[in-house]
Design a protein around this ligand. Structure first.
Ligand SMILES: [Zn+2]
Length: 367
């Protein structure tokens, strides 16, 4: 029994020994390639470091550089420190290059967006410039229109004012009165005397004050257009001849020097006498020297007087139109024969009616 047990133990021992041997062999077989790789890598690294060491040693060896330039020799000695600096600089520079190129790639998108915005802005700028051009053209057209308008109004003003001046009336004073006569509700114009008004309306604006010039012209033209129909610019008779002018003359009855405040228009008795402008009858009746006389107020301080009438067909307070019959020509009062004594008064001061009639002739020729 014991012998048999010994045999078994011996057998097991041998088997175990074999098993361990086999394990050892397996491990050795497994480890060999890994060892080989590690060994290889170690050797390569060592070689690399050796190589780098040699490189740096070589790079940082103190050296002399001989430069030749135009027959001259420059001898530069570079110490390990200087070479180290140069090397460091080169390394930093290349690192920066790599970094910045990465940075650039990273911000490529942002740059694209920025460019888009810039192009949009440029487009807007171009559009704005085009608009500016269009505005410029409009402005030019506007200026043309305005200057044509100004020319037109000013030539009209000139014509009217020349006519008024020809009658002996004061155009500025009349304009002042017309503006003051605007009924309430119109533009507010502060009370001022006629001289001040004259200054305001005579004032000629500078070129850059176009709008005030336009306003001034319109205002003045409106005022004058209101005044013009009230001016007695025609004769009160259709056919006549002048027997006595306005001014100094010999009195036809006592033959002494005298002032004649109107003109004497001769025509047949009972010729129709018409108003020379619309207005209101302020007197209709007898006055010693004038005989049968009619007086009409035309506004703005302008009045007309028709004397020596044969008969009167209007009453005081009646409103009369232009060329409306007021009576018939006669020789009542202080007259030597049938004629019409015709006066024009401005603020109760007599003006020469012939001047009015002549000024009117010019206007009606043009019209
Ligand atoms: Zn007379």
């Amino acid at each position: 029994m014991l012998g048999y047990l010994n045999k078994v133990i011996f057998y097991l021992k041998r088997q175990l020994k074999l098993f361990f041997k086999w394990l050892h062999m397996l491990f050795e077989w497994l480890l060999t390639p890994l060892n080989k790789v590690i060994f290889y890598l170690k050797r390569q690294l060592k070689l690399l470091f050796e190589w780098l060491l040699i490189l740096f040693k070589w790079l940082l060896t103190p050296r002399e550089i001989i430069l030749r330039q135009r027959d001259r020799i420059y001898n530069l000695k570079l110490s390990t420190k200087i070479q180290g600096c140069i090397l460091s600089f080169i390394i930093i520079f290349f690192s920066w290059m790599v970094y910045s190129s990465l940075f650039y790639v990273q911000f490529d998108e942002l740059i694209a967006i920025k460019n888009k915005k810039i192009s949009a802005l440029t487009d807007n700028l171009l559009l704005a410039k085009e608009d500016q051009k269009k505005l410029g053209v409009l402005e030019k057209n506007y200026e043309k229109t305005i200057s044509a308008f100004l020319e037109n109004t000013e030539s009209n003003l000139e014509t009217i004012e020349k006519t008024i001046i020809a009658t002996g009336l004061d155009a500025n004073q009349l304009v002042g009165r017309s503006i003051r006569d605007i009924p309430s509700g119109g533009p507010f114009i502060p009370e001022m005397d006629e001289n001040k008004n004259k200054l305001v309306l005579k004032f000629k604006p500078k070129k850059n004050q176009t709008s005030s010039r336009v306003n001034n012209n319109i205002k003045r033209l409106e005022a004058l257009q209101n005044i013009m129909p009230s001016l007695p610019l025609v004769a009160p008779l259709d056919y006549y001849w002048v027997s006595s002018n306005y001014g100094k003359r010999k009195d036809p009855i006592n033959k002494r020097d005298a002032l004649h405040y109107g003109i004497d228009l001769v025509a047949q008795t009972s010729t129709i006498v018409g108003t020379t402008a619309p207005g209101m009858v302020t007197f209709a009746g007898k006055r010693s020297k004038y005989g049968k006389v009619v007086e009409i107020d035309h506004g703005y301080g302008i009045r007309t007087r028709y004397g020596h009438l044969h008969s009167i067909s209007k009453k005081k307070g009646e409103v009369v139109g232009f060329r409306e019959e007021i009576g018939k020509l006669g020789s009542s009062g202080r007259a030597t024969g049938p004629h019409l004594h015709y006066e024009i008064l401005y603020d109760y001061k007599a003006l020469n009616p012939a001047k009015f009639i002549n000024a009117g002739k010019n206007i009606f020729k043009k019209g």
